[in-house]
Design a binder for this molecule. Structure first.
Ligand SMILES: C[S@@+](CC[C@H](N)C(=O)[O-])C[C@H]1O[C@@H](n2cnc3c(N)ncnc32)[C@H](O)[C@@H]1O
Length: 315
């Protein structure tokens, strides 16, 4: 059996009243300022290296998790307004303020990007972890000016709930479309989120709706079973019934959609894919083992364990 017996036990336990809340209590990395700095600069470097802009008036992040640090890093590199959209309110102002100060120091010191030695699981890997030269001294001086930092601190302490509030930071969970509005964002990004979104076609349609024409998406997506199956991609060999049993009522469970689904949905929503940096791993299962609903997976799907996908909204 490809499902780990432990996963079935945990999945069953989530049906016991009260126990579901023990799943997904923390989200991962954004408790660390260095993690947030690394993630933001990885998205930014990839944009720059693929000829895309790196300055934005308004940035939206889907699923910031334990802190708003990655979006705060966006503000500290010059972004005007940041809106954080999550389904669960994980972040709090005290942690955000602490991370903000640590991020200010990292930017002031032009620290190199924390690499695969420090964060072996963070994707995408970069060809250089040097502090990006396109974040010039003049650009950082403007972004880190004392008056601007005070405005950001005030917004972190008391975020707006909609971009219309005019604050540098907006955060609410669960998010609603009113927080952002149509054609308001220059960049929509996420890190390790889209594999958990239940209704992906709807999510892509909504995210494209938030973007201005020519606006950009940047998403790092993992396609692994996250420990539920013995093989990294064993989830594609499980029947829907078995998968449902293993997942139970966990707060966040992978939607099992492969790389090609995301590319297809972006193109269908009117975006042109510019960056598609796939992390490739030997498949843990043979094509013959695929569950009926995943028989259409290509060899590329079967061997893509994660991808950084960046796309431009055409119209
Ligand atoms: C693995 S965590 C990643 C958190 C953070 N981005 C990071 O880099 O550590 C997944 C996050 O996605 C959020 N999430 C899941 N489904 C979502 C949805 N439909 N809309 C917004 N956020 C969602 C979760 O609440 C959680 O904060």
């Amino acid at each position: 059996m490809t499902i780990k017996p432990r996963s079935l036990v945990i999945g069953a336990a989530t049906y016991i009243p009260g126990l579901r809340n023990f799943t997904g209590r923390r989200t991962g990395g954004t408790v660390s300022a260095r993690y947030c700095y690394s993630v933001w600069l990885r998205h930014l470097c990839m944009l720059h290296w693929h000829g895309l802009p790196t300055t934005f008036e308004t940035v939206a992040e889907l699923g910031p998790g334990d802190s708003l640090g990655t979006g705060l890093a966006a503000l500290l590199s010059g972004t005007g307004q940041y809106v954080a959209l999550d389904v669960v309110r994980y972040a709090d102002s005290a942690r955000n303020l602490q991370i903000l100060e640590e991020l200010v120091a990292l930017f002031r010191n032009r620290e190199p990007i924390p690499d695969q030695v420090e964060f072996p699981l963070v994707q995408p890997p970069l060809s250089s972890y040097a502090f990006p030269a396109f974040l010039t001294a003049a650009r950082l001086e403007a972004a880190l000016g004392p008056g601007r930092l005070d405005l950001i601190r005030a917004a972190v302490a008391s975020p707006g709930t909609s971009l219309r509030d005019g604050k540098a930071v907006c955060y609410n969970a669960p998010w609603t479309a009113e927080m952002i509005g149509d054609a308001a964002a220059d960049l929509v990004f996420s890190q390790g989120v889209l594999q958990f979104v239940r209704d992906l076609p709807r999510a892509y349609t909504e995210m494209v709706g938030w973007l201005k024409q020519g606006g950009i998406m940047s998403h790092e997506i993992a396609f692994q079973s996250i420990g539920i199956t013995a093989e990294w991609n064993g989830h594609w060999s499980c029947s829907d019934t078995l998968w449902k049993l293993a997942v139970g009522r966990r707060r966040h469970a992978t939607n099992r959609e492969p790389h090609s689904t995301h590319i297809g949905l972006l193109e269908k929503a009117g975006c042109q894919v510019v960056t598609d940096e796939r992390s490739v791993r030997r498949s843990g299962i043979s094509g013959a083992k695929l569950a009926p609903r995943f028989r259409h997976l290509t060899d590329d799907d079967l061997t893509t364990s994660s991808a950084l996908i960046q796309a431009v909204k055409l119209a």
